[in-house]
Design a protein around this ligand. Structure first.
Ligand SMILES: Nc1ncnc2c1ncn2[C@@H]1O[C@H](COP(=O)(O)OP(=O)(O)OP(=O)(O)O)[C@@H](O)[C@H]1O
Length: 261
């Protein structure tokens, strides 16, 4: 779906955010970009989504083109700033904005908006001005607006930050459904705790904006030394069961282990 070779990017003040990054994302994969604060995850996500042009390297989309603009309606990027997506008088209009731009028929737009709003618990907020929503509600509304365009690839920058526990579960369930529907998910996160629910493969970035490891989630999250080199820790349950084989990655897996099933 996306192939990037040798990506480099420095901000105008000279900060190097990405240094020689190679990424290959296959159709239907769930990939996490993991790294400490400042590792370049947001920058990489925006470069992959075509929002920032890299200084070095090459990008190919869908095996067809190097031009992100020409595949804009097949990729949806959710940055960390909900204001990037919420700029209309009402939440309903924000959610309708993308599909309307794609010239989807009005009935189709309404159907998509209602369905996604319902799925993300936003139905009662549709007529509100987005700036009247709470921070967590704004993040959900921004996610909803990224979904109403029906993307093939969804690139999400820390979609669970500033979201309460109930809504986190709701979003995780929704992402699992999207993945089951074949949508490719790329998610950035500085946290290991919920990562097993988000991704099957992890790209680990260090503070210098380089990929230091790439592999199955289990392999990366149980490599305590590798994570420590990037100022990260394994999930608590991994630390608790360290030395077991295989080490459970989630509370559910640990519970099954303790139940002996
Ligand atoms: N607009 C900017 N101008 C200058 N430097 C920037 C800018 N945005 C980010 N940076 C720098 O680029 C580097 C990578 O930042 P980026 O936001 O991509 O990291 P991140 O891994 O997403 O961090 P976090 O987990 O804190 O969100 C950091 O050193 C950051 O200070």
């Amino acid at each position: 779906m996306i192939e990037a070779i040798g990506l480099g990017y420095s901000y105008p003040d000279g900060t190097t955010a990405l240094d020689g990054v190679d990424v290959r994302i296959e159709r239907g994969e769930r990939v996490a970009l993991l790294g400490p604060n400042g590792a370049g995850k947001s920058t990489l996500l925006q470069v992959l989504g075509g929002l920032i042009e890299p200084d070095a390297g090459s990008l190919h989309y869908f095996g067809e083109t190097t031009d992100a603009d020409s595949v804009r309606d097949r990729l949806s990027v959710l940055t960390q700033n909900p204001a990037d997506y919420l700029f209309n008088p009402t939440v309903r209009e924000d959610l309708a904005y993308g599909p309307t731009q794609q010239d989807a028929p009005q009935r189709d737009v309404d159907r998509r908006v209602e369905a996604i709003a319902e799925r993300l618990g936003l139905s009662s907020l549709l007529s509100k001005p987005p700036f009247r929503l709470s921070g967590g509600q704004q993040r959900r509304a921004a996610l909803a607006s990224a979904l109403t365009v029906d993307p093939e690839v969804l690139l999400l920058d820390e979609p669970l930050s500033n979201v309460d526990a109930a809504n986190r579960s709701e979003i995780l369930d929704l992402l699992a459904e999207l993945s089951n529907d074949g949508i490719t998910l790329v998610t950035s996160t500085p946290e290991t705790e919920l990562l097993p629910h988000l991704a099957d493969r992890v790209l680990l970035l260090d503070a210098g904006g380089s990929v230091v490891a790439s592999g199955p989630t289990r392999e990366i999250l149980t490599d305590t030394e590798l994570l420590a080199d990037c100022n990260l820790r394994p999930p608590q349950v991994v630390r608790l069961f360290d030395g077991d084989d295989p080490i459970p990655l989630t509370v559910e897996e640990a519970r099954r282990r303790l139940d002996g099933s």
